[in-house]
Ligand binder design. Structure first.
Ligand code: NAD
Length: 400
């Protein structure tokens, strides 16, 4: 039987997923790209050729993988009918446009995959897809399976590295997608990463890495005098003690939130929620030189060597911090704000998160919190549960 899947997006992730999926046997892979004129450009650029994936391996060798989708379109009425699997491979800010695009054509028992999902994916999915979402299977990966860069738009992409394992959530609801909804997803991904299923959506959400970038930005820039710099500062190697302390404090607040939710609602098993420092030591055990604290672990992780702050160049060759970069514009509304919303519903105070959020929202010109309450006008464009009408922990039951 042919596996018909739609890959949504047109960036790095969508290129890799399209190439990999199309290289498998017995598949019909369709690309849905609703952004600007990308679908048309991609179709023209590719012509009759397959997409080329260069997949790098840790030992320095590489493979070439080729695959050709059956269509690349901006028209969901062409892409969605007949598909059993829809994979979102776009940044979180673009998810809304894809939920809206697929909604009119979606049938029960479709599997919808966020790759990655990012905090709030489930709230948004169940809100936009209302009646149909509980009849579908919703999967959300906690990260992207690969580090990847397009080398030639529409034609070639390089997979710099592939994760061995990747956590995901499966919300099967009332759907009837078969005993193992992950089987077709894993088939398209190939042997790696191996998908590891969390107990429920709150586990990866409360473990999110979205709490890393905003406190680092805070640490470096909250006392900045506004003057352009001669060079771009190091992002991790230049980490301040204050930033590491804030990051750790935010992680503590998420653990407190998890404890409180499990206490009030034991059906939410949140044993998998842990501290960022422990996760970090585990994942980068061979790369970190000094594991004595979160600060030193971040400063001495060779995987982060040379990474710089996102900066904009001025006409005279100097640099200003770029607060429009995804470290702020993605990790705040689709990260920290969602977490703040969950803690608030759980009744857990979050003074450290509030401190970072109050500064971050100012830098991106938004208002999410007022004092320590998530009631600012821009909650309406975030993925906080409050935006979608979730008020109590019982409201989360539908996502179990
Ligand atoms: P990307 O920057 O390549 O995405 C760009 C694409 O997003 C565009 O090509 C377009 O298709 C779409 N897009 C842009 N603006 C849009 C708009 N206004 N409306 C609709 N669509 C729009 O992103 P990516 O590298 O593919 O990453 C996808 C996700 O994976 C992100 O959340 C990213 O943080 C995460 N991630 C990426 C990598 C990586 O190596 N690329 C690694 C880890 C995590």
């Amino acid at each position: 039987e042919t596996l018909t899947a739609v890959i949504c997006g047109g960036g790095n992730a969508a290129h890799v997923m399209t190439g990999l999926a199309s290289s498998r046997e017995n598949v019909d892979i369709r690309v849905l790209d609703v952004f600007s004129d990308e679908a048309e450009r991609w179709t023209k650029t590719l012509g009759a050729d397959p997409l080329l994936l260069t997949v790098n391996h840790p030992d320095g060798t590489h493979d070439e993988v080729r695959g050709k989708p059956s269509m690349i379109t901006n028209d969901a009425s062409k892409a969605v009918p007949g598909a059993s699997l829809i994979i979102f491979a776009v940044p979180a800010f673009a998810h809304e446009s894809y939920f809206e695009a697929i909604k009119p054509y979606l049938k029960p028992n479709t599997t919808i995959v966020g790759m990655p999902g990012q905090p709030g994916f489930e709230f948004q999915c169940f809100s936009i897809l209302k009646d149909i979402a509980p009849e579908c299977c919703v999967v959300a990966f906690e990260g992207l399976p690969w580090a990847a860069r397009i080398s030639e738009f529409g034609r070639a992409v390089t997979v710099l590295s592939t994760k061995d394992f990747l956590g995901c959530v499966v919300i099967k609801g009332k759907s009837n997608v078969g005993p193992d909804p992950m089987k077709p997803v894993q088939y398209l991904l190939g042997p790696h990463p191996v998908a590891q299923i969390y107990h429920n959506f709150l586990e990866p959400t409360l473990n999110t890495k979205s709490i890393m970038h905003p406190p680092i930005m805070y640490g470096t820039w909250h006392e900045w005098d506004g003057q352009p710099l001669d060079s771009k500062p190091l992002f991790y190697q230049g980490l301040t003690a204050e930033a590491a302390e804030l990051m750790s404090g935010m992680s503590d607040e998420l653990i407190a939130t998890a404890r409180e939710i499990s206490r009030k609602k034991p059906e939410f098993n949140l044993d998998g929620v842990g501290h960022l420092f422990d996760w970090f030591k585990l994942i980068y055990k061979d790369e970190i030189k000094d594991k004595s604290s979160l600060l030193t672990a971040l400063q001495t992780n060779s995987a982060f060597n040379g990474l710089l702050h996102p900066m904009k160049e001025t006409p005279d060759g100097k640099f200003l911090p770029d607060f429009t970069y995804r470290y702020m514009t993605e990790d705040v509304p689709f990260g920290v704000v969602v977490l703040k919303g969950i803690s608030e519903i759980a009744g857990v105070a979050t003074p450290v998160t509030d401190k970072v959020l109050a500064w971050s929202q100012k830098m991106i010109g938004k208002e999410y919190i007022v004092g320590d309450k998530l009631c600012g006008k821009d909650v309406a464009t975030s993925r906080a549960p409050q935006r979608y009408g979730y008020k109590t922990l019982d409201d989360f039951d539908i996502l179990l």
